[in-house]
Design a protein around this ligand. Structure first.
Ligand SMILES: NC(=O)c1ccc[n+]([C@@H]2O[C@H](COP(=O)([O-])OP(=O)(O)OC[C@H]3O[C@@H](n4cnc5c(N)ncnc54)[C@H](OP(=O)(O)O)[C@@H]3O)[C@@H](O)[C@H]2O)c1
Length: 318
């Protein structure tokens, strides 16, 4: 049995006999998936979360069979190949996992009657002009990852118009899966040199907020695309780092705010795929549905303190 099989409450994949609302989560071992499974269980959901080994998303038949065999009222896809260079290096796999698999889930949900929520990304947007983008704005991905995710959105909505696409951005807040904010804090605490990109901006979003928003959206009739992200002004990675480090000093975890060198996207040799510059999303539609989100600064504060507290409590982070 894998560590995730031990960690998550699962049912056998066939018809579950336990009472209460049932949810099937793909990608339950991921940064967002881990948090979603935990929050859903805390809210009383019975959660099934097949591991990668139990259901390979590159196999559309296996994906479809898994959904058809479940009696979940809600299916959430938090799985993806989300590394841009991984998608560039294997575009077929990216297409299978990020587009074909979600379409198979949507089609199967049409048969079972389950609500389907699929996580997508701000990287489907045209990031050429500054300013926040709402759901009606043009999509024009500039990477294989973005293209595969956009294809997934379109195929899901074609297969199941009642499906909900939750576009998220710059996910952080899961100390077990450190993201940019947590990585900067870890480097600072280790006394390492810091550098962060300043010519790109978006909305950092707490995985806890995504999980709660997904659960709230699951009970409503909303469908189509909804931007599920923090509010307020967009920030660059450099601004994210500066805010997190300042907050770490104020909370007594660092003696002084360390210098963070400013980088441009073109400086990072690891980047072989383009990162779009302006993809910050407007979360007005989500707010109008009565689902609150903190702003970007508050998100960074919460994520920073959660990570630092988890570290100092010596919590098992992996
Ligand atoms: N991270 C971000 O900042 C960000 C930003 C915008 C949008 N998003 C979107 O948000 C969603 C969640 O992202 P995340 O960062 O939380 O994901 P993540 O941490 O990268 O986790 C991805 C999940 O997908 C699973 N997976 C990948 N390939 C698979 C396959 N062939 N078969 C079965 N499972 C497979 C992984 O399982 P294994 O690890 O076992 O392979 C893992 O559980 C994705 O849709 C992503 O595109 C993420």
């Amino acid at each position: 049995m894998s560590i995730f099989s031990c960690f998550f409450l699962q049912w056998g994949g066939e018809k579950a006999s336990v009472g209460g609302m049932k949810m099937l989560v793909f990608g339950g071992s991921g940064r967002t998936g881990q948090v979603l499974v935990r929050v859903a269980q805390q809210e009383g959901w019975q959660v099934g979360a097949p591991t990668h080994a139990e259901c390979d998303l590159a196999d559309a038949r296996a994906v479809s069979d898994r959904v058809l065999a479940s009696d979940a009222e809600l299916v959430v896809n938090a799985a993806a190949i989300s590394g841009l260079e991984a998608c560039l290096d294997d575009p077929l796999q990216a297409h299978l996992v990020n587009a074909v698999a979600p379409a198979a889930m949507a089609l199967a949900c049409r048969h079972t009657g389950a609500k389907f929520i699929h996580l997508s990304t701000d990287y489907v947007l045209d990031g050429r002009r500054a300013g926040k983008k709402n759901e009606a704005m043009k999509c024009k991905p500039v990477s294989v990852y973005g293209e595969s995710k956009r294809e997934g959105e379109l195929q899901v909505l074609e297969a199941l118009p009642e499906a909900l696409i939750a576009r998220v951005s710059w996910i952080c807040g899961n100390p077990r899966k450190p993201a940019f904010v947590e990585q900067m804090l870890a480097r600072a605490l280790a006394g390492q040199a810091l550098a962060a990109i300043a010519d790109k901006e978006s909305m950092p979003t707490d995985a806890e907020d995504i999980a709660r928003a997904v659960l709230a959206l699951s009970t409503g009739a909303e469908h189509g695309v909804v931007h599920v992200c923090a509010g307020g002004s967009p920030v660059s990675w450099h601004e994210c780092a500066a805010l997190a480090l300042q907050m770490a000093v104020e909370a007594g975890y660092l003696p002084v705010v360390p210098q963070v060198a400013m980088q441009k996207r073109g400086d990072v040799s690891f980047f072989r795929e383009e990162r779009p510059r302006y993809t910050a999303m407007d979360n007005g539609k989500l707010l109008a549905l009565g689902i609150p989100m903190p702003d970007a600064v508050e998100t960074i504060r919460r994520v920073t303190l959660r990570y630092l507290e988890a570290r100092s409590a010596a919590a098992p982070l992996t």
